[in-house]
Design a protein. Structure first.
Length: 153
């Protein structure tokens, strides 16, 4: 009789722990998806160089019970040929010390990878999203005054 009670208690405890763990993963995934959808809604004027970039998740941090989630990512894209030519022209006009204009032009003509770090924080009540806010870059972060003026409108 005691063994049966112990087995039932262990199975019940394992089930409760498993449900708690899946909430953490669901909240993390929900925050990542919210970040992707909010980033898709950002006007190209706010992030002019990277609106068409690829978002790659670098780190996901979860607080106790998944109530607070922070997602860090990189938004990157390759420089276009026109942008590379423009930077090559700028480098040729003012080469760094000790480098010829031709060498500076050749070095700057290669397309570079443009990247920007992006971070967002989500808070949850159980499995329901309570709030979302950008932590980085500064173009997306809303200050208290700006957020207050937007909610007043």
């Amino acid at each position: 009789m005691k063994i049966r009670t112990l087995c039932i208690a262990c199975v019940t405890t394992a089930a409760v722990l498993l449900v708690g763990c899946t909430a953490v993963y669901k909240n993390t995934d929900a925050c990542e998806q919210m970040m992707r959808s909010k980033l898709a809604d950002v006007p190209s004027e706010q992030l002019p160089d990277l609106t068409t970039g690829k978002l790659s998740i670098d780190h996901r941090g979860t607080g106790i019970d998944g109530t607070r989630v922070v997602v860090e990512a990189s938004l990157s894209r390759m420089q276009t040929a026109a942008e590379a030519a423009a930077s090559a022209a700028a480098a040729a006009s003012a080469p760094p010390a000790g480098m010829s204009a031709k060498a500076a032009s050749a070095k700057a003509a290669k397309p570079k990878k443009l990247a920007k770090n992006v971070a967002a924080e989500c808070t949850f009540t159980g499995l329901n999203l309570a709030s979302f806010r950008w932590l980085a870059p500064k173009e997306l972060v809303q200050t208290g005054d700006k957020a207050a003026s937007e909610t007043a409108e």
